[in-house]
Design a binder for this molecule. Structure first.
Ligand SMILES: [Fe+2]
Length: 310
């Protein structure tokens, strides 16, 4: 199978992120699609709480994003079965804001909206806040520390940990900063900061060695860190573009096609050779794929859909 290595015209007009940004790496996640039961409720929640804007409305669903960049598509289906907690699929989508002030401003907004948070962690490479949408889809909002502050371990892995994040000091910082550039000069928070991206996607899977085999050996991503029951994958030594854990889903059956939660996501390759290598591995292993123009769709070993794209 071959695939034309054309530049993305869809995102061509957008400002290029900095050299350390996950979207500057040879492959990255740039979009996810969730299947939801109550589209108006969930869409309005992502707009009001996460500050996303509607970019496209179709009968089947809505695409939301920041500054014209599509990040999340919500589709709905009358037939979708409610995914059980132990179904493979989404652990969280992770929205990467440009800097710590943007995270602090969002926290002030969330507090004013009385949004329930699930947690907040300092991961050494990043600072992250966790919550869930009205249908239980996990969400992380985070900012990265500069790579100069990251530690590489003797085995070449990037050092990460889960330590408490001081939300009070972050909130105080946000209060002192005011509403920020997305407010258009108004007094209130008016949306997610320009430049916000889908920095990573964290999946729950049924088998960690199988996940390592698929994401590393088939798709060609590097294992950049490990936790008990979780692997972190990336390109360009980012701390992770994809993570997979078995914490809720060890030995669970495959995800079914028509289930609420993560429908599919896009892994975009700027390195055409890396994409061709991944496609050749899929062919060699006789993993079924479907081609749509410049992209190839498939289902991973856990039943989670993904699209490989240039
Ligand atoms: Fe995450």
């Amino acid at each position: 199978m071959t695939l034309a290595s054309s530049a993305s015209s869809e995102h061509g007009a957008l400002p290029h992120p900095g050299p350390e940004h996950p979207l500057s790496m040879p492959a990255f996640v740039d979009h996810a699609r969730l299947v939801v039961r109550d589209l108006p409720l969930v869409s309005s929640w992502y707009q009001a709480v996460m500050g996303l804007s509607v970019i496209e409305r179709r009968p089947s669903g809505e695409t939301l994003g920041v500054g014209g960049r599509p990040l999340l598509t919500l589709t709905t289906s009358n037939h979708a079965a409610l995914a059980p907690r132990n179904a493979p699929g989404l652990f969280h989508t992770a929205f990467l804001v440009p800097d710590r002030p943007a995270l602090a401003r969002w926290l002030v907004h969330a507090a004013r909206q009385q949004v329930a948070l699930d947690g907040a962690s300092d991961h050494l490479v990043s600072e992250a806040i966790y919550l869930a949408d009205p249908e239980g889809n996990g969400i992380e909002i985070y900012r990265d520390r500069p790579r100069a502050d990251w530690t590489t371990l003797p085995d070449g892995m990037v050092k990460m940990a889960t330590r408490p994040l001081d939300l009070q000091s972050l909130y105080a910082e946000g209060l002192a900063l005011g509403p920020g550039p997305a407010s258009g000069g108004g007094a209130g928070w008016a949306g997610m900061e320009p430049g916000t991206a889908l920095g990573h996607l964290h999946l729950q899977v049924s088998d960690l060695p199988a996940a390592n085999g698929f994401f590393r050996d088939v798709l060609g991503l590097d294992i950049i860190s490990t936790y008990p029951g979780a692997s972190f994958f990336s390109t360009g030594r980012y701390h992770h573009h994809l993570a997979a854990n078995v914490w809720n889903t060890r030995d669970a059956p495959r995800r079914s096609a028509d289930m609420t939660g993560l429908g599919t996501y896009t892994l975009r390759f700027t390195d055409g050779t890396a994409l061709q290598t991944a496609l050749a591995a899929l062919d060699r292993l006789e993993i079924p794929t479907t081609r749509h123009g410049d992209s190839v769709s498939l289902t991973d070993p856990f039943g989670i859909g993904l699209t490989l794209s240039t």
